[in-house]
Design a binder for this molecule. Sequence first.
Ligand SMILES: [Fe+2]
Ligand SMILES: [Fe+2]
Length: 169
Amino acid sequence: MKAICSKKELYLCSYYNCISDIIDNEQLEQLKQITHHICTTRFQHCLNVSYYSYLLCRKLGLNARSAARAGLLHDLFFYDRKEYNSTRSKGQPHHSSMHSAQALENAEKITFITNLEKDMIEKHMWPCTTALPKYRESYIITLVDKYCAVLEFCVPKVNRVISSKSSAQ
Ligand SMILES: [Fe+2]
Ligand SMILES: [Fe+2]
């Protein structure tokens, strides 16, 4: 179990203690079957956001445990984004706020969620959603979520170019 662009085996890191009680949950397991950001799975994306939010919060002296937990649960939803957007009627929330609300609802079914974690999950799409994050950790997850999305999209493409160049040599 590794985060994107990291060689660390996460089972062996102190990070793992923060999420060990939820990582094998059946709902999270289901995210391994769902494609996310074109090139990865929703589970891997959640793991990436969880690990890098944890590292950044630890470095800044913030609540790294909550960052790891909220990161892992921040996209715990199961509907199809394209289908939702194409059938969304006037007055229905946009996908940005809809999936965050669903992720929080699903997360609360599998573990206790603190107010900080709640804010992190609910507001992770800011500024696409209007409500301002309340905590510094919530701003961290908004940044890390976007950073990971870029990595997830670009890294496989860069790796493909590198491997095709090296096999041509
Ligand atoms: Fe999201
Ligand atoms: Fe995300």
